[in-house]
Every structure is written in C-alpha cells, then in structure tokens.
Design a protein around this ligand. Structure first.
Ligand code: FES
Length: 222
C-alpha cells in the first residue's frame, strides 16, 4: 500500500527535470551494470537519484526523464514509482521520519515510538511540521526486525543521509529528534548499545563463545 505523505506546501510540478552532471555520471555507472537490452532494470536506483536531487520527492518530470533515459514507456516508470513507499509523490520535510509499525516492531513498542514522535514534533502521521523540517510517516517492515522497534530517517539537502535507528525507546527517539532539530546527526544503529544484532543483554565473552563455537563432532567425541 502506498501511503501518501504530508505536503510542506502545495508545490507545482516542475516543467522539466535533468540530472546534475554528478548525478548523471552516477546514473550512467548504474546503467552500465546491466546487460545490453536490460537497462530498464536500472529504473529503481535512478528514481532514487531523482528523489535525492529533487529534495525528497519524485516529480512527474523526473519520471519522464528516467523513462526517456531507459527507453521505457513513461507509464511503466509511473507504475514503479507509485507502487513502492520509498518513493515520495509529494514533497516531504528536510528529515523524513519513517517509523516501522509492522508486527515485530509493534510487539516491541512501535506505538510508543509513534506517540513520542507525534508529541515531540506536534504533528500526526502523514503530516509535516510547519517549519518544513520533519515529515512523519508510518511504513511497513524495513528489514531490521531483529533490532525492533526501529525507524529510518532520510535527511535531504547538501548533507544527505539515509540512516536506520534501532532498539528505540521513547527517550532515545526524543534524543534523536532533538539532535536533528539542532542541525546535527545522531549516531545510527542500535540505540541500546548492542553491536549489530547480537543477543540483547549478552556480555562480549558470551557473544564470542556463540560466534566461535563449532558443531559437535560425534566421531571425535567417541
Ligand atoms: S517489523 Fe519493523 S523492521 Fe521488520
């Protein structure tokens, strides 16, 4: 399901779109990875570049530009862009806060994370703060269930970032938003101090034993 995001303000669709030289070089590098005749497979990463360049959304002119570059019928590009939630069809705030509320995150307290964000930012899911700094959005599983609850924050502009914040609590969520509001970037990853997705509460020695233990060799044990 494609969930629409809140508009910063009604923004007219630009008449034209063209990659900057830097983004054009990046696009060409991606296209070259696909065999001759299969360049259309590059549509998704190219749409992400459009979104990054446009400041957080994919205008129609950007989709048409990608369609022409990949020799695709424009409608096939529209289908891709409107199917996946990672493409925004409307402008978003500078920081796009995407909170996962799918079952594993929900069981681990994503409702409290949503409430903390809504309270802190003064907006509801799908809305953008009046200063255009934050857009709050609910998303489906982002593939980091082992460190639930979690959220992805994409920050647009010259200091583009796209980070996962995991093992969230109300306190750590508020601290992340405070740091972003001050113009800094919090450290991504687990906010509970664990390394990657190692078992919660384990000591380094326990993790070492878990990761280095060998399967029992029955013959040598006999
Ligand atoms: S359920 Fe939230 S990351 Fe998978």
């Amino acid at each position: 399901m494609h969930r629409t995001t809140g508009k910063v303000a009604p923004v007219p669709q630009p008449e034209t779109f063209e990659f900057t030289p830097e983004h054009l070089a990046e696009a060409k590098e991606i296209i070259a990875k696909y065999p001759e005749g299969r360049q259309a497979s590059a549509v998704m990463p190219l749409l992400m570049i459009v979104q990054r360049q446009a400041g957080g959304w994919v205008p129609k002119a950007g989709m048409d530009y990608v369609a022409e570059m990949l020799s695709m019928p424009p409608v096939r590009v529209y289908e891709v862009a409107t199917f996946y939630t990672m493409y925004n069809m409307e402008p978003v705030g500078r920081h796009h806060v995407q909170i996962c509320t799918t079952t594993p995150c929900w069981l681990r307290g994503s409702d409290a994370i949503v409430q903390a964000c809504e309270k802190k930012l003064g907006v509801k899911l799908g809305e953008t703060t009046a200063d255009g700094q934050f857009t709050l959005q609910e998303v489906e599983c982002l593939g980091a269930c082992v460190n639930a609850p979690m959220m992805q924050i994409t920050s647009y502009g010259p200091q583009y970032r796209d980070e996962y914040y995991e093992d969230l609590s109300v306190e750590s969520t508020e601290a992340i938003l405070d740091t972003l509001a001050k113009g800094a970037f919090p450290a991504p990853g687990s906010q509970a101090g664990r390394n990657a997705s190692e078992p919660a509460g384990s000591t380094p020695a326990q993790v070492f034993r878990l990761t280095t233990s060998q399967p029992t060799d029955k013959k040598s044990a006999e």
